[in-house]
Design a protein around this ligand. Sequence first.
Ligand SMILES: [Zn+2]
Length: 218
Amino acid sequence: MSKAKKAVILFSGGVDSTTVLYYAINKGYKCSCLLFDYDQRHKKEIKSALKIAKVVKAEHSIVKIFLPWSNDVLTNKDKKVPVHKILPKSVPPTYVPGRNALFLSYALSYAQSIKAEAIFIGVNAVDFSNYPDCTANFIKAYNGVLKALNTKIAVQTPLLKMNKAQIVKLGMKLNVPYEHTWTCYNGYSKPCMECDSCKLRAKGFKEAKLLDPALGKE
Ligand SMILES: [Zn+2]
C-alpha cells in the first residue's frame, strides 16, 4: 500500500483556508490542520475550524500563542474593528504584525516532525486586505527559508492569484461546507456584514452569483 503524501494546512475556519483544505484533500494529501489561538477577538473561528476538521476527519493541533506587545485591532480588544466604505489601499489596523511568518514557522516545525512535504496556506493577493504577509513575494521568500533549512517542504498557495469569486466557485465544486465557516472580524452571533472581511466575502459570493450558505442560518 502506498503511503499518502502529507500536508500541513494553516487553518482558520474561514473561506480561504477551508477551500485550501478541500483543495489539498482533492489533490490526494493526508491533511493535518494547524489552528491558532493567539488571543484573537473571538473564538468563533476556532470553533468553526474544529467543526470542519471533524467533518473531513483531519488530524488537528491547536497552538496557543501569546503576543504581549500586540497593539492591533484583532488582538487588542479595547480597539474597535474599523468600518471602511471602500477597502483600504494601505495596511489596515487589523494586520497582526508578522502573523503569517509566525504561523508558517509553526507549520514548518509540524511538517518536519510528521514528515509532511507541503504546507498549504490560503493567502490570496487579489481580494485581500493589503496584509504584507499575504503576497507572492513573502511566500517566495519563506520558501527560501525552507530551502535554507535543507528541507524538501514547500509552501503551496493555490489561491494566490484568484479573486474571492473564483475561490468560492472552486470551493462549491469541491463541496466546501461554507455554512460552517466564519469570516467576520467580530465575534457576534451573526456576521456583522460591515467589516472588511465580511465585505470581501459578500463581494465574492455576489460576483460568483452564489448564495452564501452561512447567511440566513439561524
Ligand atoms: Zn464582519
